[in-house]
Design a protein around this ligand. Structure first.
Ligand SMILES: [Ca+2]
Length: 200
């Protein structure tokens, strides 16, 4: 009986792991840093060359946090962030006005845990939704960007925190995946294990 349960757990774990494989693609004008579950996973500074990060969500969900810096102060240049998360089941999560957004000090000076899942972002506004990928002021780079932003084609929107000719250091965050599966400190289908144990 015990062996069966160990086997069942293993199968569940493998199923959940493959179900929740995911990919994060980020472009930023001018530079960006990406975080998954509080861990720095991506860094880029060529707006036409997305960083691509493949990751797993053993807990069924993840907190995605993206920092973008516009190199031209204030109105001297427009900032933009374009990113998406693609889950293995085909779920497509584009940057748009559903993401929480904040502006403030440069990343090196920020240490309030904004990139972690426990951070309270209730005071953050929703992102400002600008042009959709392929249109507007960044359309000229779309051809080059498509070398990476294919399979699937990006349908994300360029976004910012507030008007994009004011702030130069902006932050975005969202929890993706299945929120009904809570993050447990020691991870790995804790909820399923608990349910199985209770059923024995
Ligand atoms: Ca600017």
């Amino acid at each position: 009986m015990k062996k069966f349960f160990v086997f069942a757990i293993l199968v569940l774990f493998l199923t959940v792991s493959s179900l929740w494989a995911a990919k994060l693609r980020i472009n930023g004008d001018n530079s960006w840093v990406g975080f998954i579950n509080g861990e720095k996973v991506a860094e880029g500074n060529n707006w036409q060359v997305a960083t691509v990060t493949e990751f797993d969500m053993p807990d069924g969900h993840a907190i995605i946090a993206v920092y973008v810096h516009d190199a031209e102060p204030g109105g001297a240049g427009r900032g933009g962030a374009l990113f998406d998360v693609i889950l293995d089941d085909g779920t497509y999560i584009p940057s748009n006005d559903t993401w929480k957004a904040d502006a403030g000090a440069p990343l090196a000076e920020r240490n309030d845990g904004w990139e972690t899942i426990d951070f309270d972002d209730s005071s953050w506004e929703n992102a400002t939704q600008l042009d959709q990928f392929g249109s507007g002021i960044w359309a000229g780079g779309a051809g080059a960007m498509r070398n990476i932003l294919k399979d699937p084609d990006s349908t994300a929107y360029w976004i910012w925190a507030g008007p994009n000719d004011v702030e130069d250091d902006v932050y975005f965050r969202k929890i993706v995946g299945d929120l009904s599966t809570p993050v447990e400190p020691n991870g790995k289908i804790t909820t399923t294990w608990g349910a199985l144990k209770a059923a024995r």
